[in-house]
Design a protein around this ligand. Structure first.
Ligand code: ADP
Ligand code: MG
Length: 922
């Protein structure tokens, strides 16, 4: 015998693990026979599990003109000839067996109105449906083992309490006294008759797996779900037919084991099939009345008939039920007749009816949605929320799908053509069988001695007491021959009884032995099961370990990846920073460059402007100079004119010179470059004064006087002029170079003697002619004897011998006593001397080196400096008589004069020079 633990239909907190065994929802299809008026059949059963739908004539072709033939598969298909009994055997009987075995079951019929749902569930007289048959089988099985009324008592929280026998008795008496009007035999008879019409006695079924050492009790409840409200059909409230009150709807609650139940729903304890059926009919009747009164359509409501079985073990003596609520096991079987599954449009409902219809469809839609999501969750391993709460029907049966239990659905099909389109929704039914529901597990059991119920009824009871009493065995008379035989007889009797007892005990022991061995095998079985479970646990442990290791490595990997990511991010940041820095630098450089460009542009513009100004200034200076020259010439001309006029009036004078000087100076500008381009000679211009501006000491090269300075001095201009117009013939040439300017006369104190002296130093009278570049270039210079070279007695010389000069082993070597020898002329030396000589070496045209001694006078200028006026050139030259003549000239940086002299002074010298010349010529 076993005790089963738990008190509510399902065990709490059933964890959804993969180890839980699951069964698919059993979906059966029942095709009802065609009605008398229907002709066309659009459903064909093609196998025991498949049906095929044929589109009725009107609908035969789809858009492509093809025949639409759809097949649906089910757990099993029941054809039109299937009787109620066969259906019960296949579908409901296992559920009743489960119910007795403390397992829950849910059975519902699904289909359009008129497809036979109610027929299948309830049946009709003579053809009882699944409900009466289930009740019948249940009571047939538990009949003799039922507890007395009110021993089991619903606790209003979906649980069952146990009352003591006494309490139960008291309550029974109380109820009996309350029921003032006893049931009339006629009404009872009527109910019996109704049930009797349902099932024939030979169709009665009985479970063989009943536990006789338990006490049972059956409670039934019947609710209707209409318009998503739950109504209790077994409520005792008196129905007022005059002013019908709308029935009170009930709410759903969850018990402590998370099972859903209708709160406050009437649960009627029934002791027989008839009684149960009577209660059912009562509910049906009420439903009918309410529907009529409230103008409802029964096809739009779901009806739920619940059979609840409570069972509790008997105590060790087998007399009473164990007074322990925890030992009470409760299981239930829900039989649901769903509302018609037809579409709203088909019902052609209006107004409130439409709303009702919508709700019906809504709750069926919810059922479908729940099934679909459940299936998806189970098949794809997803964890979507199943919307049970969206409708009362699904909410009420939530635990059948979520927890454990057996779920079966019978899809009723009416094969008539009108229903063809509705049968298409069978796709849902077909899909539903892919949903799996956890299989109810066996309850844990207590091992109590079996057969407790019959313990006190067995033969061993009172055996000891039945032993015959020993007769008085005192022998007082030796002839007493009665006492001993009587004693012997009694003893023999006792012996026999003892033997019997021994045998009985032996038998009992054997029984116990067999029981023990069965128990042993059971224990063995359990042990092996335990071992298996341990193995499984071990496997799972290793699996867990493996997974843990895996998770650790994964974590490690994640760690590494995170670190790598961090590193990369850091790199990225630093690179970005670098990039930004470089961009900034680039920007800076760019702006710098722009600034530079602007600055350069500014500089360029400035320079341009400066140079423009400079050019302008130079042009102006040139102009001024030219004007000056022009003026000088004019002056000369004027003077000449004056002289000529003077002479012509006083004696014989050469004729007036041609007005060559008045020629525009531009002409000279043109000729100048040509002259410059000619091979330059280092022949110094005899009277060449290098100028120096006030407060400014510049060095000028004398080797090519005409080109060395960008500003041609007055002297150079004059010399050029002289070269152009050489004094070739006597007084005539001398005449036109004589300027006479009163403004340029020497300052007072500048004696005529000094002028004369200097004049004399420069020019030899009559014979001396100025150097002519043009002539020299063409013909070798023919020099007069150097009369003027005085043997310098007391005069002090500056002997300028440039460092670059070569030592020539010539026989003739100038020897100048008292000379200060310098390699570069300096003011200090000049200030001490009166004479100056430059030893100038150059390559003659024949390739020989010739040394020229360029001599000059040193005199003090007004500005405080020294000026040298060249007076003479002596040439020393070695010649190879056969050597060819080369026209190579050796350039050498010429004499550098250090003068502090004003432009006006230069001008003065120039004029002075001219005057001297003229005077000389005169
Ligand atoms: P539903 O409850 O689905 O609206 P019903 O169960 O009321 O349909 O059935 C409508 C009619 O069809 C009833 O008169 C019933 O007797 C009949 N019927 C349904 N199924 C069968 C069947 N399998 N065999 C015989 N009659 C049937
Ligand atoms: Mg119906």
């Amino acid at each position: 015998l076993c005790y089963r633990k738990g008190k509510t239909p399902r065990r709490p907190a059933l964890k959804k693990t993969n180890n839980v065994e699951k069964d698919p929802v059993g979906v059966y299809c029942r095709i009802r026979p065609l009605g008398a008026e229907d002709e066309e059949c659009c459903v064909e059963m093609i196998s025991s599990s498949t049906i095929q739908l044929h589109a009725p004539d009107g609908l035969k072709a789809n858009r492509n003109g093809e025949y639409k033939e759809t097949q649906y598969s089910f757990t099993k298909v029941f054809g039109i000839n299937t009787g109620q009994m066969e259906l019960f055997e296949d579908v409901a009987r296992p559920l009743v067996e489960d119910l007795i075995q403390c397992k829950n079951g849910l059975l519902f019929t699904y289909g359009v109105t008129g497809s036979g749902k109610t027929y299948t569930m309830t049946g009709s007289p003579g053809e009882g449906g699944l409900l009466p048959r289930s009740l019948d089988m249940l009571f047939n099985s538990i009949g003799p083992f039922q507890a007395k009324r009110f021993v089991f008592k619903p606790d209003d929280k979906n649980g069952i309490d146990i009352q003591s026998q006494v309490d139960a008795l008291l309550e029974r008496q109380k109820r009996d006294s309350q029921q003032s009007v006893p049931k009339t035999p006629s009404s009872r008879q009527k109910a019996d008759l109704e049930f009797a019409d349902m099932i024939t006695p030979e169709e009665s079924r009985k479970s063989k797996n009943i536990d006789e050492d338990c006490s049972y009790s059956v409670f039934v409840s019947y609710v209707e779900i209409y318009n998503n409200y739950i109504y209790d059909l077994l409520e005792d409230a008196q129905f007022d037919s005059v002013r019908p009150k709308p029935p009170q709807s009930r709410i759903l609650r969850e018990d402590q084991n998370h099972n859903m139940y209708v709160a406050g729903c009437t649960e009627v304890e029934v002791k027989s099939t008839e009684e149960a059926f009577e209660v059912f009919w009562k509910g049906q009747k009420k439903r009918r009345i309410a529907n009529t009164q409230l103008n409802r359509e029964s096809s739009r409501s779901h009806s739920v008939f619940t059979v609840k079985l409570a069972q509790a073990p008997l105590d060790a003596d087998g007399d009473y039920i164990l007074q322990d609520k925890n030992q009470v096991n409760v299981s239930q079987l829900c039989l649901v007749d769903l509302a018609g599954s037809e579409r709203t449009s088909r019902t052609r409902a209006e107004g409130s009816r439409l709303r009702e219809a919508g709700n019906i469809n809504q709750s069926l839609m919810t059922l479908r949605t729940c099934m679909e999501i459940l299936r998806e969750n189970q098949m794809c391993g997803t964890n979507k929320m199943v919307p049970y709460r969206d409708s009362k029907v699904t909410h009420l049966f939530k635990n059948y799908f979520d927890g454990e239990g057996k779920v079966k659905m019978i899809v009723c099909v009416n094969p008539k053509a009108d229903d063809y389109e509705e049968t298409l929704v069978m796709r849902f039914a077909e899909m539903t069988q892919e949903v799996e529901v956890a299989r109810p597990v066996d309850r844990p059991i207590y091992h109590l001695a079996a057969g407790r119920r019959h313990r006190n009824q067995g033969p061993a009871g009172g055996l000891i007491e039945s032993l015959p009493a020993l007769p008085p065995c005192e022998l007082v008379d030796p002839t007493d021959d009665q006492t001993l035989p009587r004693l012997i007889e009694v003893l023999e009797q006792r012996h026999r009884i003892r033997q019997m007892m021994t045998e009985q005990v032996k038998f009992m022991l054997q029984q116990f032995d067999s029981q023990m061995s069965s128990k042993d095998t059971f224990v063995h079985d359990q042990q092996s099961k335990l071992n298996e479970k341990e193995k499984v646990i071990l496997n799972q442990k290793t699996e867990i370990e493996r997974l843990e290791k895996k998770s650790k490595t994964l974590e490690y990997k994640i760690d590494i990846l995170q670190k790598t990511t961090e590193m990369y991010e850091q790199d990225k940041r630093s690179l970005q920073q670098e990039l930004e820095g470089q961009e900034q630098m680039l920007q800076k450089e760019l702006s710098e460059r722009r600034r530079m460009e602007q600055r350069m542009q500014g500089v360029v513009t400035d320079t341009k402007l400066k140079w423009e100004k400079e050019c302008e200034r130079r042009v102006n200076a040139k102009q001024l100079e030219m004007q000056n020259k022009l003026w000088v010439k004019d002056e000369k001309l004027k003077q000449l004119k004056a002289i000529v006029t003077e002479n012509s009036s006083g004696g014989s004078f050469p004729p007036e010179p041609p007005k060559k000087p008045e020629r525009p100076s531009r002409e000279r500008d043109h000729t100048m470059p040509q002259k410059r381009s000619a091979s330059p000679t280092a022949l110094p211009v005899s009277d060449f004064i290098l100028k120096n501006h006030h407060n400014h000491s510049d060095h000028y090269c004398t080797s090519t006087p005409s080109t060395s300075s960008p500003y041609p001095s007055v002297a150079s201009c004059i010399s050029e002029w002289e070269q152009k117009f050489p004094i070739d013939s006597g007084s005539q040439s001398r005449l036109h170079g004589t300027p006479q300017n009163q403004n340029r006369t020497p300052a007072p104190g500048y004696s005529t003697n000094s002028v004369d002296r200097r004049r004399g130093q420069r020019w030899a009278p009559d014979t001396e002619a100025p150097t002519n570049d043009l002539d020299r270039n063409t013909v070798p210079p023919v020099r007069p004897t150097h009369r003027r070279s005085r043997s310098a007695g007391g005069e002090k010389w500056v002997d300028h011998k440039p460092a670059s000069n070569l030592e020539l082993d010539t026989v003739m070597q100038p020897i100048i006593p008292n000379a200060i020898k310098v390699s570069t002329p300096n003011e200090k030396a000049l200030s001490k001397c009166h004479k100056y000589v430059l030893r100038h070496q150059e390559l003659a045209s024949d390739g020989e080196i010739e040394t020229k001694l360029i001599k000059g006078d040193v005199f003090k200028t007004r500005g405080g400096g020294q000026a040298v006026q060249f007076t003479d050139i002596e040439t020393l030259k070695q010649e190879c008589p056969t050597a060819p003549r080369y026209n190579i000239s050796l350039k050498y940086p010429g004499l550098i004069m250090l003068l502090r002299c004003s432009v006006s002074l230069q001008m003065y010298f120039g004029v002075l020079f001219m005057i001297n010349k003229i005077e000389d010529s005169i």
